[in-house]
Design a protein around this ligand. Sequence first.
Ligand SMILES: [Zn+2]
Length: 176
Amino acid sequence: MKHFYFLLLLASPIVFTNCGNAQTPSNEKIKMNTNSAKNPAYSKTDTSVVDLKEDQWQKVLTPEQYYIARLKGTERPWSSAFEKSKEIGTYRCIACGNALFKSDTKFDSGCGWPSFYEPISKTSIIYTQDNSHGMERTEVQCGRCKAHLGHVFNDGPKPTGLRFCINGVILEFEKK
Ligand SMILES: [Zn+2]
């Protein structure tokens, strides 16, 4: 009997240690992915305007997503797997779930960022004049949550002649 208790005592810390270790990867996973349970703004059906405070965005987005979406950052060219992707489906805003582009309007622009010639609808995107960095450009933002997406240029292919140059970090792909 004494021997049994000794074993139990020995075993207890190991059990607790294992529990602690087991929780670490799942916490990491939540941090890496924006998910609807954690992000009150995220919805694939609600089209109403999202107005979260900056500290709320900071909590629900990864640092990389926050840098692009809220600080108007730019990802490194050729760093997004979406740039070369030919998969059929819909590209959504990763911050709020708003549908932005269809894969059939995606084209290989060679500029280093995922490029599209047309947004999914007129209201899916907001256009803003951007005179930063000594350039005159048109910034494109998510029509629902105002996340910075990238810029639009008028050197795209037919039928629109537009090139929406979008940061892959802020996109979420939904396969058809
Ligand atoms: Zn959005």
